[in-house]
Design a binder for this molecule. Structure first.
Ligand SMILES: C[S@@+](CC[C@H](N)C(=O)[O-])C[C@H]1O[C@@H](n2cnc3c(N)ncnc32)[C@H](O)[C@@H]1O
Length: 215
């Protein structure tokens, strides 16, 4: 097989996979993660939301009326891409590591995934008021790990920075409007402020996933 026909059949397989996702058919993490370069895929087990979890979280945002959701610490945008393909909600993700944002934007552009925006930046670059939904897959915990466990060393991490970020999210959620939805996967290292109602029945069967809606 020539190199050109190899890449054409790979592209065809990737488009078929995204169509399967949109149609509600089962897609494995192994298959989905092939959209991204090897160095990013190999972090998947620990750092990126599994496909079935992203799909369920996206369904909950849509069901509870969120229209603009921010993934705080978006990585290469795996959650955003799956969530946008499987709902009609808009998903943005803020991510501090530029190379992840670049890889994620390339996938979004190549496969014309609608309603996804990946922002290169930190919490300083986020207008929390612009969103009515927030997704957090324990983004700040990495700062509490030994450097050998980090995604990479492109960003200075520390426990102090992690606890500052947790406090900023708590404060932003405390100010959030009525109806704001928060979905966490493995928590975010902080407490959901008073005024949010936890809906455990909505995440039953999906371990470590939690939903709150502001009253
Ligand atoms: C556990 S991964 C989750 C990625 C993605 N949300 C998902 O579910 O697939 C956490 C990501 O958050 C990013 N992150 C952590 N703290 C951040 C901050 N303060 N600002 C922007 N990104 C941050 C990390 O670089 C990492 O890519």
């Amino acid at each position: 097989m020539s190199r050109a026909s190899g890449s054409t059949s790979r592209d065809h397989a990737r488009r078929a996979l995204l169509a399967d996702l949109a149609a509600g058919r089962t897609v494995s993490d192994l298959a989905f993660d092939r959209l991204y370069p090897e160095r990013i895929r190999k972090l998947s087990n620990r750092y990126w939301t599994p496909v079935h979890v992203a799909r369920h979280a996206a369904f909950l945002f849509a069901k509870h009326g969120a229209r603009r959701v921010l993934d705080i610490g978006a990585g290469m945008g795996k959650f955003c891409a799956i969530a946008a393909i499987t709902t009609d909600v808009e998903f943005s993700g803020v991510e501090q590591r530029e190379h992840l944002v670049t890889a994620g934007r390339e996938v979004v552009a190549t496969y014309a995934i609608p309603r996804v925006t990946l922002i290169h930046g930190t919490l300083d670059d986020v207008d929390f008021d612009a969103y009515d939904g927030f997704y957090l897959f324990n983004p700040f915990e990495e700062g509490t790990f030994a450097p050998s466990q980090w995604v990479d060393r492109t960003i200075p991490l520390s426990e102090e920075r992690a606890s500052g970020d947790v406090a900023r999210v708590e404060a932003a959620l405390a100010r959030a409007r009525r109806g704001t939805c928060v979905v966490t996967f493995h928590g975010f290292g902080g407490a959901i402020p008073k005024g949010f109602v936890h809906l455990p029945e909505e995440t039953r069967g999906v371990p470590f996933l939690r939903l709150w809606v502001k009253d």
